[in-house]
Ligand binder design. Structure first.
Ligand SMILES: [Zn+2]
Length: 85
């Protein structure tokens, strides 16, 4: 899974929102790899550790399937059949 890295603060989008900042950490020992999403205007952040079967989002562990049920509707994703494993 590769997301675009974006570390610059205060990058405005055309829609008026700041670009969410994105950084990545490789796995370390038993720790899974992770992405950190930070607000474009301040130090608020969401940390997501990921592996094949689950995601840990800000310390909350759930299966991939569980997170899909919760997050896809919020992201306005309707057709989930094409999502790859
Ligand atoms: Zn902010």
């Amino acid at each position: 899974m590769k997301l675009k890295i974006q570390k610059k603060m205060g990058t405005a989008r055309k829609n008026g929102y700041w670009d969410v900042r994105v950084s990545h950490k490789e796995s370390k020992g038993k720790k899974s790899p992770s992405y950190t999403f930070k607000c474009g205007c301040c130090s608020k952040k969401v940390e997501i550790y990921y592996d094949e079967e689950d995601l840990e989002i800000n310390g909350v562990i759930g299966s991939i399937e569980n997170w899909r049920e919760l997050l896809l509707p919020l992201l306005r994703v309707k057709n989930t059949k094409r999502i790859e494993k």
